[in-house]
Design a protein around this ligand. Structure first.
Ligand SMILES: NC(=O)C1=CN([C@@H]2O[C@H](COP(=O)(O)OP(=O)(O)OC[C@H]3O[C@@H](n4cnc5c(N)ncnc54)[C@H](O)[C@@H]3O)[C@@H](O)[C@H]2O)C=CC1
Ligand SMILES: CC(=O)C(=O)O
Ligand SMILES: [Mg+2]
Length: 372
């Protein structure tokens, strides 16, 4: 199959859908690869590197979209990219459709077969194609949050770990999944006072088994969120209901009780954010202030550390990408229910229930859409 890898065009997005090594692997399986000029520059991979891996370098994205059987990307297609998608073309990338009605409408209208990394599952109940980026974003949330707490950034001027004789900062993490666990590891490593709020008791047991008594865990109720956030210096939003819009745990009213100069890093922003006051920002202009609380809501945090992130992402996306290319999307999706869970839109039908429910589309199960 002809696989196309366009250059990412989202603000400060330096990742790329396939590394030269992934391209080499796909070529070895007999596929033809078209990579856009300069697509890998953000990870230090030149056009020459892609040529040496067996790809053909194509100057313009429209040529790639016009011919490729499958488009491999990182971020959700932007409006100009959505216009170029074709009926029956496979789109393999992050989508985050539930909070994005415009994108969903365009993907439905395109007739493309849209497989979202973030809803592919595994046998342990995890989201293997989301996990590496959640590891990155969870880790970054603490370094970004620490930066925002600096006085010159508008923060309250508190150092996460404190110093001997001065108390550390209080970090509250909403959601103890992959983002939450990685944020906790970093915050504890820096010496902060860390509390994770979770709904899943199994998850809390795993967290305590891993971090011991250094980490506090609390069952997540509205009251607990209210009380803990009001005394926090840094709040990290890492909750997720797979494929659905993020639950709004932090209301606008609550912010009035938060400390002045405290920071909210809402990692869950790609699913709409877990605070009523969260709206997506970019690496170019990452923060804004509401009621004295600095909001950091960058929807593509891992793009800021594109080298680490692209390699981590390719480690998990390549095997599924090869399965789709080798078998064709129908057979690959019908044979593997974990990959099939990634199918969000198929030839005009919404095939992911949480997206259909959140945005008011008829839900058509993936098996049914694939049989049509
Ligand atoms: N902004 C960015 O650049 C990035 C954003 N993300 C996003 O971060 C979010 C979290 O992802 P993961 O950690 O991988 O998900 P995950 O599924 O590993 O963890 C989510 C956790 O939230 C918990 N949860 C659900 N409702 C809750 C509630 N009401 N209170 C407390 N906990 C609750 C779940 O039990 C689960 O343990 C997702 O929206 C993901 O898309 C991930 C990577 C990059
Ligand atoms: C998961 C996601 O939104 C990202 O890596 O940008
Ligand atoms: Mg979006």
């Amino acid at each position: 199959m002809l696989i196309g890898v366009p250059k990412e065009i989202k603000n400060h997005e330096y990742r790329v859908g396939m590394t030269p090594l992934s391209v080499r692997e796909a070529v070895r399986h007999g596929h033809k690869l078209w990579v856009q000029t300069g697509a890998g520059l953000g990870i230090g991979a030149s056009d020459e590197d892609y040529k040496n891996a067996g790809a053909q370098i194509i100057p313009a994205a429209d040529e790639i979209f016009a011919k490729a059987d499958m488009i491999v990307k990182v971020k959700e297609p932007q409006a100009v990219e959505r216009k170029m998608l074709r009926e029956g073309q496979i789109l393999y990338t992050y989508l985050h459709l539930a909070p994005d009605p415009e994108q969903t409408k365009d993907l439905v209208a395109s007739g493309a077969v849209c497989i979202a990394y973030e809803t592919v599952t595994n046998s342990r109940g995890g989201l293997p194609l989301l996990a590496p980026m959640s590891q990155v974003a969870g880790r970054m949330s603490i370094q970004s949050g620490a930066h925002c707490l600096e006085k010159a950034q508008g923060g309250s001027g508190i150092l996460l770990g404190g110093v001997p004789g001065v108390a550390p900062a209080k970090v509250v993490i909403l959601g103890g999944g992959v983002v939450g666990t990685n944020a906790a590891a970093m915050a504890l490593g820096l010496g902060a006072d860390v509390t994770v709020l979770e709904k899943s008791t199994d998850r809390m047991e795993e967290l305590v088994a891993r971090f011991g008594t250094q980490l506090k865990t609390l069952y997540s109720t509205q009251g607990a969120v209210e009380d803990e956030c009001a005394t926090a210096d840094l709040v990290v939003g890492g909750v997720l209901i797979p494929g659905a819009a993020a639950p709004k745990l932090v209301t606008r009213k609550m912010l009035k009780d938060w400390k002045n100069g405290s920071v909210l890093v809402d990692v869950a922003i790609d699913q709409g954010g877990c605070a009523e006051t969260s709206k997506a920002t970019t690496h170019a202009d990452p923060t804004y202030v509401v009621d004295g609380v600095i909001h950091y809501c960058v929807a593509n945090m891992p793009g800021g550390v594109a080298r680490t992130s692209t390699y981590a992402l390719n480690n998990v996306t390549l095997p599924f990408g090869l399965a789709i290319a080798n078998k064709g999307y129908k057979q690959a999706l019908l044979e593997d229910h974990h990959l099939r869970a990634g199918l969000n839109v198929c030839k005009g039908k919404v095939t992911y229930k949480a997206v259909a429910d959140d945005l008011g589309y008829e839900y058509v199960p993936a098996e049914k859409a694939l049989a049509a």
